[in-house]
Design a protein around this ligand. Sequence first.
Ligand SMILES: CC(C)(COP(=O)(O)OP(=O)(O)OC[C@H]1O[C@@H](n2cnc3c(N)ncnc32)[C@H](O)[C@@H]1OP(=O)(O)O)[C@@H](O)C(=O)NCCC(=O)NCCS
Length: 195
Amino acid sequence: MPSTPSDSASADVPDSSRTAGYVLRPVRETDAPAVLAAFSSAPDMARQGAVVDEDGARRLIGWLRDDSARSVAIADPDGVLVGVVGVRVDAVERTGWVHYWVHASHRGRGLTSRAVATVCDEQLAPAGGALERLELGHRVDNPASGGVARAAGFVLEGREREKFLVDGTRVDVLTYGRLPGDPWPRIAHLPRTVP
Ligand SMILES: CC(C)(COP(=O)(O)OP(=O)(O)OC[C@H]1O[C@@H](n2cnc3c(N)ncnc32)[C@H](O)[C@@H]1OP(=O)(O)O)[C@@H](O)C(=O)NCCC(=O)NCCS
């Protein structure tokens, strides 16, 4: 018998103090400088979108704010956007493709794991997004993304061989899925601010 969204929301992890003060909130049009700062923070952000200036950041924000994207910002204790969790919804199939990124200075403290678990729990909850399947994929040379996926309750489903061409080398992608009947992650949710 899988645990439930409410079980998950009341769960906690020993190191959640490392993310004290961080919240989830809507992505705002005024977030462009923060989005650009995140994309400038590490080379591995290059494949998350074409953001090399504030115009590019504004275009990405427009895409993230689109209804079917259901994206939320991860904000630091000062309210500054430091990351994003997005769910691109296929309304016909009632599924969602999950993506996420966070500024390099805010990594390694369990922040993205908490944010993705929170958003995905909400999207699968009958009284929330009511989606029936969530999916994601990551390159095999991106183990941190796999850690986020597993911490957020995703199950490894497969391997797409040589899917991407990265700097002249073909790289495999690991694919994950999460269903409402899978065990819900035992990880503390990030709080949400009002819009
Ligand atoms: C992937 C990414 C979102 C992880 O963010 P994060 O906030 O550092 O993630 P967390 O702190 O929640 O850590 C997640 C897991 O990865 C592990 N991890 C973190 N950095 C790692 C690294 N460099 N190598 C291996 N494992 C790592 C953590 O230990 C944790 O595993 P655990 O739950 O078993 O302890 C971040 O590195 C990022 O934004 N990368 C660029 C964009 C990207 O790759 N997005 C995903 C596309 S599929």
